[in-house]
Design a protein. Sequence first.
Length: 237
Amino acid sequence: MAKTKRSKTQPRAAALWQAIRRQLVRMVGAVAVLGVALVALWGVINPPTTAYMLSEGWRLGGVKHKWTALEDMAPVLARSVVAAEDANFCGHWGFDIDAIKRAIAAGGQNGASTLTQQTVKNVYLWHGRSYLRKALEAILTPVVEAVWTKRRIVEVYLNVAEFDAGVFGADAAARHYFGVAPSQLSPAQAARLAAVLPAPKQRSAQRPSAEVTARARAIMDGAATIGKDGRAQCFES
């Protein structure tokens, strides 16, 4: 009698497990389709806001943000930000393997996040350290690289990056710090904006510390270099 009960229970358990697996596969597939759809959507439509902007707006009572096309920004701003955050941006597919190796060799003290990874985090995910966020970032980054152009990645990044508490994007940053339109930024001003990244709440482009000033000088040189050696070609053409 006991054998008969076990023989009936085992097929039921197997059937239940198969049903659960099918549901999990469907859920993962649905999430994947949604992710690709959102990547494709923001590839042609400008994201009106992000989860982080919404949370900061709720915390601060509002944020400064206005979408600006890349062609309406001083070209030196894009070069400065790329030089500061991801000088090999034009040469990788979303992950800078050499930078990752250097970060590992340094014991994880140096960041290895590319501009594409930062854009994915800012647009689709949330701030803070967690294995789940890093896993989703690793999945979405090559999708963004495959669907968006390099120029589009830079444009979106420059419109959603935080440059001060509640100040998002190049337009708001240029007016907040220097009282000019983003198209009027000088090389020095662009470098100072890039120098506050990725820690805008601890750094200021208006009253730069000695560290930020030194970083801005290095960024100016880097921006000029990548403009000459072709490493800016993928987002300037």
